[in-house]
Design a protein around this ligand. Structure first.
Ligand code: HEC
Ligand code: HEC
Ligand code: HEC
Ligand code: HEC
Length: 501
């Protein structure tokens, strides 16, 4: 009955009063809403004064000094010491790819990656891990002069911009702009022996790599990314804030090589191969034009380019980039603490933090999101293995053709196809995230890789046939890491197994 009473009371009110009540209620709701946001924003603003710190030196590389001003970010940063997290294809623990995949021992035969190829850990381990890898040789009493390019430090530490700045000051004592100083000192840094710089490079990847200490704004501290943008005719200082939230990562999570140009006085100068664009095709064209090779494959004599980790380039072709979702959105999601919003500086696999990383945009359950990612990754992983099988077979087929006395002239176009096939495969394989960042692009590239490798094998079968051999080559057993290593070594030693009858 109360219902009717209420409705009659309302009915008794004139029409204009009803409208007024609706307006009033709407007004109150809006006001309360505004107040709530302003509370959040005021608290946020309350932090702003300490955001502009005068105490941090323009080249401060010690993360704990910054941490004193920004404890929330530093506490989260320190959580990166956790290195036993596992996801199906990622996580923080240092997985050795070669254990699970002996094909890669063959594909990287004769190159450092065939010795150990550990999956990335958290940023906090960057300096430790490079000091420990078997891929770097260390000076000994018998051999004190071991040279490695200083360039290898570039993506490991905030001591890098600091040292570049120091060398820059030596080159031009009048210059004061930190970014210009870094640019001026880069050449000397890259050209200095890695071992000589070891005493100066101590702090793992940190604040100075991504932030301007004066304003705390995101900042590009590495010259190579600036120069890569210039090569594409773009100005990195004109990008949007949202793009910066990915570009700070693109300082390191990209494909690169060391360029030596004696005329320009450049030795092992860190260079992104981007003047034909950032696609795999653009890079292949760049490297072919520049005649770049990282090693000559001991089985096939193919001139191989080792791909690094073109994470940003791959991500750029995916739907999340298209929808303006940045690396930081997934890998450094916002968190709140007592109504305060801050950026989670524990950079890690987003699958370990689905709630903050994905569920803010996707109203799917955590289990569903995780299984979507794993389904995508497994498809890419399977296609990747198919490409590896085709490539391993192609390298052995070239060896068989050489045994049948095929000439280098006859083999040149075939070797080039395999060089391209291997770079395409590696563009995907070396990418972090196992294809999740751009599933279709990853599959497209693997498809092309397999096609190139198998096309090479058709040419090889004809070539071997033209030498009077009709029996198929017998490929060595490389089904586990030891067997693969032994086979690789026999080719390196110039005592390969016989592949033809
Ligand atoms: C839409 C969310 C999203 C965006 C945007 C994104 N990532 Fe990822 N990233 C992921 C997921 C999911 C994985 C897979 C993690 C796993 O397998 O455990 C991943 C994996 C990685 C890994 C390997 C982590 C590990 O534990 O193996 C790295 C490194 C990485 N991403 C870097 C980047 C960079 C750099 C960018 C920007 C250029 C980026 N990501 C953009 C979601 C994202
Ligand atoms: C100064 C270079 C540098 C910058 C800048 C950088 N990274 Fe990294 N990142 C690395 C290196 C080097 C490693 C591997 C560290 C190791 O294994 O010791 C790594 C590892 C990672 C991992 C793997 C961590 C894990 O637990 O599996 C993720 C994820 C990642 N980076 C994401 C990002 C994102 C996102 C950004 C930008 C917000 C970024 N990185 C910026 C150099 C960098
Ligand atoms: C790999 C790049 C990277 C590194 C290294 C890094 N930050 Fe950040 N930081 C970011 C990003 C991205 C944001 C979000 C900025 C934005 O969107 O404006 C951020 C935001 C911040 C903010 C603004 C408040 C907030 O939490 O959003 C502070 C303060 C901060 N970082 C402090 C630090 C400190 C201290 C360190 C070193 C311990 C550090 N950062 C290292 C990328 C980085
Ligand atoms: C800032 C918002 C945002 C975040 C954070 C985000 N996504 Fe997305 N995601 C999108 C948008 C937008 C699309 C495009 C499809 C659409 O418009 O609905 C998309 C598409 C997808 C797709 C389908 C496309 C494909 O590549 O197959 C998957 C799967 C996905 N996201 C998973 C994730 C996962 C896992 C995470 C966390 C690691 C994540 N997303 C984080 C906004 C986001």
């Amino acid at each position: 009955m109360t219902d009717t009473t209420d409705s009659t009371t309302i009915k008794k009110l004139p029409g204009w009063a009803c409208g007024l009540i609706v307006l009033l209620v709407a007004g109150i709701v809006a006001l309360v809403g505004l107040m709530a946001t302003s509370i959040v924003e005021r608290r946020w603003e309350a932090q702003q004064p300490i955001l502009v710190s005068q105490t941090i030196d323009q080249f401060e590389s010690d993360n704990s000094v910054w941490g004193a001003d920004y404890p929330r970010e530093f506490d989260a940063y320190k959580k990166m010491t956790v290195d036993d997290t596992r996801t199906k294809y990622g996580g923080g623990f240092p997985r050795d790819y070669l254990d699970a995949d002996p094909r890669q021992v063959i594909l990287f035969a004769g190159y450092g990656f065939s010795k150990d190829f550990l999956q990335a850990r958290g940023h906090i381990y960057a300096v430790d891990d490079i000091n420990k890898t078997k891929r770097v040789k260390h000076p000994t009493a018998e051999k004190p002069d071991v040279y490695y390019p200083g360039t290898c430090w570039t993506c490991k530490s905030p001591d890098v911009p600091r040292m570049m700045g120091k060398f820059g000051k030596e080159a031009d004592p009048k210059e004061t702009d930190p970014i210009k100083l870094i640019g001026l000192g880069a050449k000397k840094f890259y050209g200095t022996n890695w071992h000589e710089l070891k005493k100066d490079v101590k702090h793992p990847i940190g604040c100075l790599d991504c932030h301007d200490p004066k304003t705390m704004k995101l900042r590009i501290s590495r010259p190579a990314l600036r120069e890569g943008f210039e090569a594409m005719g773009k100005d990195i200082d004109k990008v949007s804030h949202q793009e910066m939230r990915s570009l700070v990562c693109a300082q390191c999570h990209v494909e690169y090589y060391f360029k030596t140009d004696k005329d320009a006085g450049k030795k092992h100068y860190l260079t992104f191969p981007w003047n034909k664009g950032t696609s795999v095709e653009g890079m292949i064209e760049y490297y072919d034009n520049a005649g770049v090779k990282d090693y000559v494959h001991p089985i096939s004599k193919v001139e191989v380019i080792k791909c690094q980790h073109p994470d940003w380039e791959m991500y750029k072709t995916g739907v999340h980039h298209y929808r303006k979702v940045s690396c930081a959105d997934c890998h450094m999601p916002y968190r709140s603490q007592g109504g305060m919003k801050y950026t989670d500086h524990h950079v890690q696999s987003p699958l370990l933090n689905i709630e903050n990383s994905c569920a803010v945009c996707h109203r799917w359950s955590e289990a569903e999101l995780k299984s979507r990612v794993e389904t995508i990754q497994t498809k890419v992983a399977n296609a990747r293995i198919k490409a590896e099988d085709a490539l391993v077979a192609a390298h052995f087929d070239v060896a068989a053709a050489m045994e049948a006395k095929a000439t280098d002239t006859e083999l040149a176009p075939i070797r080039k196809l395999i060089r391209h096939a291997q770079f395409r495969w590696d563009y995907v394989a070396a990418n972090n995230g196992m294809g999740f960042h751009s599933p279709q692009e990853a599959m497209r590239i693997l498809g092309d890789s397999i096609n190139d490798a198998q096309t090479a094998r058709i040419h090889l079968a004809r070539l071997i046939g033209s030498k009077g051999v009709t029996a198929p080559p017998k490929h060595p057993d490389v089904s586990d890491r030891e067997k693969a290593m032994a086979t690789a070594k026999s080719f390196q030693a110039g005592t390969p197994p016989k592949l033809l009858p």
